[in-house]
Design a binder for this molecule. Structure first.
Ligand code: URP
Ligand code: ZN
Ligand code: ZN
Length: 463
């Protein structure tokens, strides 16, 4: 690893785009501009390409036990897929065991990631049991480099589900500790009841996954979480917002000046409830929570991204094979493991459907994929910007690159892709992680284990 100067490209940042060279020394960016002191540096000609800060995905699930099985991607294959999509840092969800501590959750996730991750990474902790010990641990999360906890208002009947009292108290403790609370906002009680009623009527096929998780159940829980956060005085991050109804309380909160961050995901722009109706159980490939919605929701979600109500675009990559995993629910949709792969496709979906369709600018693209992610997830300015002193995580984006997705050209470990046959225009041709070429022209170059843990600190950013 040495000095590299990227020449002839256009730097695309959160604030604007400009023609400039980028000089890297070792793991860091040292200069961005023209006429850089680059004597002796290796020259990489990026004419005709865009230079962007490495993408950050604050929402992945690697090697995670869920729904009676374990995700298909571990930290090796999942981070290979991430790299192929231009992602240089992920923040993954470590899960507290019901009888365990947050420290143990973080330790377990370190064991899973260590020696396997090909990109940099951090951990959230999903709280499943708010014991007195856990409450005492939250203020110490900073010592572990963890700046965020997730609480599930859904998945009633599983250890993940939390009652309002625990959600609210976690918000109070987190506020004092300077830790960000993230919520999976769907009304778990209503969904459990609707599922029970559907199964009693013999409605077992995948589309009932969506029909028993109505938009209003997400909207209600989103509003409830926002109101509880207001009472607790806590900043909030609502993850995987899927529909217009859930966006409404977020918009209202912003009008009232409340600190509410919100994330949406590629699957809600690429797919709809119609995909869950595919025959031969193919609909199971599109089962995730919240579910795919009626397609009309997409335009309001785009507006949310344009206007700033939705500030980050994460993948919620949670991959299960069709054979042997999704098919656990052939006779009962509630047994289909929830989740879809998307870490590899995230940026290309947003570029093709967002930037090329004129819905968002290339700078908004960088904000929601990288800069805002770094800010919300407590890694800015080390990550999320091409600036002197920042880690040399770079995406060389080729606007002329066409990719037709197939399972065969994916870099993860899943036996299908929901994006099969879709063609994306524009994509990453080369990716650098801390000054090392980690991906080039379809090939993952970074070694398993080369990724490093990133300590994070929540700074309540204004975005
Ligand atoms: O279906 C999903 N989203 N699975 C992953 C777990 C979660 O709720 O984020
Ligand atoms: Zn969730
Ligand atoms: Zn998730």
């Amino acid at each position: 690893m040495g000095r590299i100067v990227f020449t002839g490209g256009t730097v695309v940042g959160a604030e604007g785009s400009f023609d400039a060279d980028v000089l890297v020394d070792g793991e860091r960016i040292v200069a961005v501009g023209t006429d850089l002191p680059a004597d002796g540096a290796e020259r990489v000609d990026v004419s005709g390409k865009l230079l962007m800060p490495g993408f950050i995905d604050g929402h992945t699930h690697m090697d995670m036990p869920f729904g009676g099985t374990v995700t298909a991607d571990d930290w090796d294959t999942g981070t290979a897929a991430a790299l192929a999509g231009g992602t240089t840092t992920i923040v993954d969800f470590s899960l507290q065991d019901v009888g365990g501590t947050l420290q143990e959750a973080v330790n377990t996730w370190h064991e899973k990631a260590s020696g396997k991750a090909r990109i940099d990474y951090g951990f959230h902790v999903a709280i499943t049991n708010l014991t007195d010990e856990v409450k005492a641990e939250i203020p110490r999360l900073a010592d572990l480099g963890v700046s965020s906890v997730k609480i599930f208002m859904a998945y009633k009947g599983t250890p993940l589900y939390a009652e309002d009292a625990d959600l609210f108290e976690a918000m109070q403790v987190a506020r004092e500790a300077g830790v960000l609370v993230m919520v999976h906002a769907e009304n778990g009680d209503v969904i459990a009841k609707l599922q029970e009623q559907a199964l009693a009527k013999g409605n077992t096929s995948p589309v009932y996954h969506a029909l028993t998780r109505p938009e209003e159940a997400e909207a209600e829980a989103t509003n409830r979480a926002i109101q509880l956060a207001e009472i607790a005085g806590a900043p909030l991050l609502v993850v995987h917002v899927s529909c217009a109804a859930a966006l409404e309380p977020i918009h209202r909160a912003h009008e009232l000046g409340q600190t509410v961050y919100a994330e949406t995901c590629p699957q809600y722009f690429a797919f709809s409830i119609e995909d869950l109706k595919k025959p031969d159980f193919e609909g199971a490939k599109y089962v995730c929570s919240p579910p795919m919605r009626d397609a009309w929701n997409r335009e309001p979600l785009w507006r949310g991204l344009q206007l700033g109500d939705l500030q980050i675009f994460g993948s919620d990559h949670c991959s299960f094979n069709f054979e042997g995993q999704k098919d656990l629910g052939r006779d009962d949709f509630t047994k289909i493991p929830n989740g879809c792969p998307g870490v590899e496709e995230r940026a290309q979906v947003l570029w093709s459907l967002g930037v090329l369709e004129g819905r968002i600018s290339e700078n908004r693209f960088v904000q929601v994929l990288s800069t805002n992610q770094a800010k919300v997830h407590g890694m800015y300015p080390r990550k999320g910007t091409l600036a002197p002193g920042s880690d040399a995580d770079l995406v060389i984006w080729d606007p002329m690159l066409d990719t037709t997705v197939s399972t065969a050209n994916r870099h993860g470990n899943v036996d299908y892709t929901p994006y099969e046959g879709l063609t994306f225009h524009g994509g990453p041709s080369e990716v650098y992680v801390r000054g090392e070429s980690a991906y080039r022209d379809g090939e993952v170059l970074a070694e398993a284990g080369s990724g490093r843990y990133v300590e994070r600190r929540f700074m309540k950013p204004e975005i």
